[in-house]
Design a protein around this ligand. Structure first.
Ligand code: NOJ
Length: 566
């Protein structure tokens, strides 16, 4: 694959509601991002992806858009966004927006018109409508957030389809008028000077047109809809057209949220002429989630499982194109709580080791706000403390399936999306310096010890390590563009890989255990590029090395040794 400008970016994901509240209404906003550009610049960020900021009733925190051309006043005005784009540009930071085109809000004028005139609305064909079957919904498919994918359209006997929440009706991509409206809107935003889009739930746009029932997989009598609604045959025509009519006309970056794509189709998605610049592969991120009727169970896993999933993903992405590597996002729980199982082992060493392991894989690295501080999951004591619609739904579904309230709370505490959505920790002051007033979502109380101000003062902190790590990558073509080769594939607690680019070589080792572990090095002499421990010598000539507990070690093979190998 030829070099592309977006391969060398370091992308920071902002959940705007929780980043920084500049006007003290308890909700983060666009000006809040602008005010914190210096922070992002010193961290070394070159691109920011902002989760949806468009007009929305916020049933799913902005993933339910009621006007694609207006911003949600809670976040600010168009002039604020223009100012942000301009000021960010001045600091070498590009802005990427979220693009939600699988569904709108039920408060979008198109859907409102349909509700007002169910039989005659000119927007009838903008959504997916079907008559019920003997007083029941058209199919037995379960939506991603739980409950049927079908909701009655008033009392017409018809139903409308929603892959996600009830307030997020899916658009009918089979209708070319819908597609034209979306392309117009996408081009409008690209003209505004944004660098590109992260494209939400894009594998859902094509539905199996037979709309037939499947065997139920839960006591609710429903079955996961994804078998009939995700990456269905025919989607390629839509994606090809989308790309041709919009993205391909601009030198923009597109990051597809593409769950459900089998590896043998990755080439279509991210190849040289793929639909997107890169995609998120969720197969490794879901390693602790059970599927089907056992969805609520937390699956036990070990480092070998993680390694296998991760390397398979890396090899497939390498074979086909380019990937978007992420450790956290607004839909996942916090990585240090997820990947480091014992609480006593969650600290500077494990947080930095984990960060470096993901960050130096082949692909464009994403950092989710707060990951650079080692922010953790937050335990909630009652269902009333949750905001995330999918957690609330899962809570009631567990209870319907016969679990106690305590058990249901336990399930959702483990995986709730609220874990990563708590307001950002700027300092140890009231509300973590996020806002002067009570934030929209309860703070994680550990902001008093885990926060930016504190970590800037400490001699060694996760934040300082991230700054160093970003600098190291940005000055190493090998770590940006190099091919990846797994090392030590059968070791139970070390993840290791080699990156190779022309004559350069870097070897990367990550110890996932709280015990020292020996590694064997290939013949040669090495320079330490990055580690989370103090090392006496910046050069290593020995054939073996003792990795300390949770050590991350990235070594550059000195060039004369690389020559020897060739
Ligand atoms: C994926 C987004 O990341 C998630 O937050 C959202 O709820 C769904 N898509 C629906 O838009």
């Amino acid at each position: 694959m030829d070099k592309k400008w977006w391969q060398k970016e370091v992308i920071y994901q902002i959940y705007p509601k929780s980043f920084y509240d500049s006007n003290n209404d308890g909700i983060g906003d666009i000006r809040g991002i602008t005010e914190k550009l210096d922070y992002l610049e010193t961290l070394g960020i070159t691109m920011v992806w902002i989760c949806p900021i468009y007009q929305s009733p916020m049933a799913d925190n902005g993933y339910d858009i009621s006007d694609y051309y207006q911003l949600n006043p809670e976040f600010g005005q168009m002039a604020d966004l223009e100012e942000l784009i301009e000021k960010a540009k001045g600091k070498g930071i590009k802005i990427v927006l979220d693009l939600v085109i699988n569904h709108t809000s039920d408060e979008h004028p198109w859907f409102k018109d349909l509700l007002a005139n169910p039989a005659s609305s000119k927007y009838r064909d903008f959504y997916v409508l079907k008559p019920g079957k003997e007083g029941k919904p058209p199919t037995n498919w379960r939506s991603v957030f739980g409950g049927s994918v079908w909701e009655p359209l008033q009392d017409t006997g018809e139903y409308y389809f929603h892959s996600f929440g009830v307030k997020q009706p899916d658009l009918n991509w089979e209708n070319s008028e819908v597609r034209e409206e979306l392309y117009k809107m996408i081009n409008y935003w690209l003209e505004k000077g944004i660098a590109g889009f992260r494209v939400d739930a894009i594998t859902f746009i094509k539905k199996d047109q037979t709309f037939e029932d499947l065997p139920a997989d839960g006591v609710d009598g429903l079955v996961k809809c994804t078998k009939k609604t995700r990456n269905q045959p025919g989607i390629e025509t839509f994606l090809h057209e989308l790309n041709e009519r919009t993205f391909s006309k601009y030198d923009c970056v597109t990051i597809g949220e593409a769950p459900g794509v089998p590896y043998d189709q990755f080439g279509d998605y991210v190849g040289e002429n793929g639909y997107f610049s890169m995609i998120f592969d969720f197969k490794y991120a879901d390693l602790d989630v059970a599927s089907g009727s056992e969805w609520f169970k937390r699956v036990d896993w070990d480092v070998l499982d993680l390694k296998k999933l991760l390397f398979t993903s890396q090899k497939e992405l390498q074979k086909n194109g380019w990937g978007a590597n992420f450790l956290e996002n607004h839909d996942q729980n916090r990585s240090i709580s997820k990947y480091i199982k014992e609480e006593e082992n969650r600290h500077y060493y494990s947080g930095t080791m984990l960060g470096a392991m993901f960050f130096n894989l082949r692909g464009t690295p994403f950092i989710y706000q707060g990951q650079e501080l080692g922010m953790t999951n937050d335990k909630r004591e009652s269902i009333d403390e949750f905001d995330d619609i999918s957690s609330i739904d899962q809570y009631y579904r567990s209870i319907n399936e016969g679990f106690s309230e305590e058990e249901a709370l336990h399930f959702i505490n483990l995986r709730s999306r609220d874990n990563s959505r708590t307001p950002f920790h700027w300092n140890a002051g009231e509300n973590g310096g996020f806002s002067n007033v009570k934030p929209w979502l309860g703070m994680n109380e550990n902001y008093k010890t885990i926060n930016v101000q504190q970590q800037e003062l400490e001699p060694h902190s996760i934040l300082k390590f991230y700054k160093e790590m970003i600098k190291v990558r940005q000055t190493s073509e090998c770590l940006i563009y190099g091919v990846i080769e797994p090392l030590m594939e059968s070791h139970p607690t070390i993840i290791a890989y080699k990156r190779r680019y022309n004559k350069e070589e870097a070897v990367c080792y990550f110890n996932f255990s709280n015990e020292s572990q020996a590694i064997e090095l290939e013949n040669g002499s090495y320079r330490v590029l990055l580690t989370n421990y103090k090392v006496k010598d910046q050069s290593i000539d020995a054939a073996s090395f003792m990795l300390r507990p949770y050590q991350a070690l990235i070594l550059q093979k000195k060039e004369e040794s690389c020559h020897e190998q060739i």
